[in-house]
Ligand binder design. Sequence first.
Ligand code: FPP
Length: 235
Amino acid sequence: MGLQHLAVIMDGNGRWAKKHHLPRLAGHRAGAESLDRTMHWCKEAGISYLTVYAFSTENWKRSKGEVAGLMKLLSHFIKAKEKELIKNGIAFRVIGRREDLSPKLQKEIAALEEKTKGGDFTLVVALSYGGRDEIVRAAAKLAAKGLLGSNRVGLGSDRVDEEAFASCLDTAGIPDPDLIIRTSGELRLSNFLLWQAAYAEFYFTDVLWPDFDKAEFDKAIASFSKRERRMGGRL
Ligand code: FPP
């Protein structure tokens, strides 16, 4: 089975910075460069979607300086990458509570999404994202459409099924991730793509995100290819 969608929890920027006696933001900057490289490896490998966890709903609790620095980095990434994304047919898309972001950043995101629409490779950036939050918002959307009444629950033909529910998630139209990589030795999902991860394979590595290189990328892909994916069924 092919690898269509790779998702990455880009962990370890802070530890990388500490190791190099640099401020935490230097770690995030190095992390953004690592993301840039990974995106190109994905394209070359024929992967169609790369989703990265750039900022969680929990990350707002970090110091004001770190939050501001990360937001600035995102804004910079959007401006600096526009031409390259368009030239390479890369669509940019954000999932998460985008209304939590500054109006300026929201505008920049919407503009880049519009300009890169229709690319044959999609970079999905999770921003102010939490899996539970996304699921609750999807339920609220269905309720607002009047689709969550008691008449819709159960086995009737007009019941809300998984497909209808998934179409209200931020990831509507994006296939589920086949493989989720988490760097820097943590073995948790940390509220990332909870619904979408139902059948995903996982690859964990001790390598810190800024040090994630082509050899490690190849190792992750090779380990995915070797696994037998039964999706709960029989082969
Ligand atoms: C986790 O490392 C990483 C983050 C919270 C931020 C990830 C952001 C980037 C890689 C760059 C920005 C992204 C884009 C799209 C430009 P950590 O800080 O938790 O590391 P630690 O656990 O070692 O402290």
